[in-house]
Design a protein around this ligand. Structure first.
Ligand code: NAD
Length: 462
């Protein structure tokens, strides 16, 4: 696969300061497909300086012009969507149709939404005898994971650019090729040099250097809760703005009045998409005791149907980790009704779609984020019991509620400690705020809420 042997800084591909490289591996066949430079603190420093130098001019650019550049970026993402989908499939392993529809498709919607928002947002308002200005926070350090490699970049960079911020991006080491493609798209869209910069590299080296850099005004991080805590602490010590999108262990609550077959089928599909590597996946299915056996049978059947259509996990480490969780589920007494810890193929980091029954709320597989194609079905006795189980983890990113009556589902959803809930299979909305309660994070991405993360307010009194 095509790769740049440099960092995108100040509108050009510059050689890295060091010589180390990162091998990019195709998780479907374990072959090395490219190498990219492993950036150091020196590369990060160069990129931050350039982003700071570019800030005054970009912040002063009229919102309509910023909107036009973001619209041009969206157009490049549309024009290059096949290449994007193929690249995501090669380095993440997602099946091509999923890469086309989701990995290449959703970023187009999000970039388009911020082109519109930049043009229409009220960056200035009157409050009594004051004028209140929404000004860009400054230089953004964006650190992204590999599971939705382009979406997570666009969900940070598009609102940051709309707000008038400049950006240094450190993408995940497993998926740097998608990030390089994005940098090419930024270039083609005519976004001025220095406004967006890319440094590829390892998390504890380049990522940490970016999070700690005193020239960064806001760190926007998506990834694991463990690293998020560290980044939050670093930002706190420097009194720096921070946005954290972290892990999840979301509940799919099926109330007795729901369409059980549909709720189970959609619930299983929600977890299996992207091979279970979705932070907001509904990995705990909560079913009333009267419908439990039927739900288990339906879920096992739905998972078995997935068979070969599921992609591999991203790397060998995740492969070992997820299989370890499945073994632990068995050891703790959960009952396997589909899949299991055995690798279904000799080559590639594949795990079979797996369903556990007889999972109790305190089991490890019901508490910790597995990040693989594993559904745990948990029994509840009544609504209060369901709510206690749904809210009984350290996470609060997403969830689902199914009921015969929408109002009944909404009443339950309002009691859940979580950032977003899909009612009876409600569709993904790229304008709805996305983010977590509790240890799932701080701040929101997407839509207007996502834009305000990159703004700070100034009031002038008259
Ligand atoms: P990770 O935390 O290891 O890595 C995420 C990013 O942080 C990568 O770019 C990595 O290089 C970087 N990083 C790692 N250590 C760092 C450090 N010490 N300092 C600075 N940067 C560092 O997570 P991952 O394994 O890549 O992603 C999986 C996790 O991300 C899962 O827990 C998942 O739930 C979470 N996630 C959350 C969301 C969300 O929106 N809430 C979205 C996707 C993934």
């Amino acid at each position: 696969m095509k790769a740049h042997n440099g960092m995108y800084i100040d509108g050009a591909w510059r050689p890295a300061a060091g010589r180390d490289t990162i091998a990019v591996v195709n998780p479907a066949d374990e072959q090395v497909i490219a190498e990219v430079p492993a950036g150091t603190a020196e590369d990060v420093d160069a990129a931050v300086r350039v982003a700071r130098a570019a800030l005054p001019a970009w912040a002063a650019t009229a919102p309509a012009e910023r909107a036009a550049r973001i619209a041009a970026l969206r157009d490049v993402l549309v024009a290059r969507k096949d290449e994007i989908a193929e690249t995501v499939t090669a380095e993440l392993g997602a099946p091509l149709p999923f890469s086309q529809a989701v990995h290449a498709g959703v970023p187009v919607l999000v970039a388009g939404s911020y082109a519109e928002r930049a043009a229409s947002y009220a960056f200035e308002e009157k409050v009594g005898n004051s004028t209140v200005y929404a000004e860009p926070v400054g230089v953004v350090g964006a650190i992204t994971p590999w599971n939705y490699p382009l979406h997570q970049i666009v969900a940070k960079v598009a609102p940051a650019l709309a707000a008038g911020c400049t950006v240094v991006l450190k993408p995940a080491e497993d998926t740097p090729l998608t990030a390089q493609l994005f940098a090419e798209a930024v270039h083609e869209a005519g976004i001025p040099a220095g406004v967006f910069n890319l440094v590829t590299g390892l998390g504890p080296v380049a990522g940490q250097a970016l999070a700690e850099h005193e020239g960064v005004d806001l760190v926007s991080f998506t990834g694991s809760t463990a690293v998020g805590k560290q980044i939050g602490a670093t930002a706190g010590a420097a009194v720096k703005r921070v946005a954290l999108e972290l892990g999840g262990k979301s509940a799919n609550v099926i109330l007795p009045s729901a369409d059980l077959a549909k709720a189970v089928a959609v619930g299983v599909a929600n977890v299996m998409g992207n091979s279970g590597q979705t932070c907001s996946a509904w990995t705990r299915m909560l079913v009333h005791t009267s419908q439990y056996d039927e739900a288990v049978a339906l879920a096992a059947e739905a998972a078995a149907k997935y068979g070969d259509r599921i992609g591999p996990l991203v790397n060998a480490k995740q492969h070992a980790r997820v299989r370890g969780y499945i073994e632990q589920g068995v050891a703790e007494g959960a009952r396997l009704v589909a899949g299991g810890p055995e690798a279904p193929r000799e080559q590639g980091y594949f795990v079979s779609p797996t369903v556990f029954a007889d999972v109790t709320p305190e089991m490890t597989i019901a508490q910790e984020e597995i990040f693989g194609p594993v559904v745990s079905i948990i029994r509840y006795e009544d609504e209060d019991d369901a709510l206690r189980i749904a809210n009984g983890t350290v996470y609060g990113l997403a969830g689902a509620v199914w009921a015969g009556d929408e109002a009944e589902a909404v009443a339950f959803a309002r009691r859940m400690d979580t950032g977003q809930v899909d009612i009876n299979g409600g569709r993904f909305n790229p304008l709805a705020p996305f983010g977590g309660y509790k240890q799932s994070g701080i701040g929101r991405e997407l839509g207007s809420h996502g834009l305000t993360e990159y703004l700070q307010t100034k009031s002038l009194q008259f």
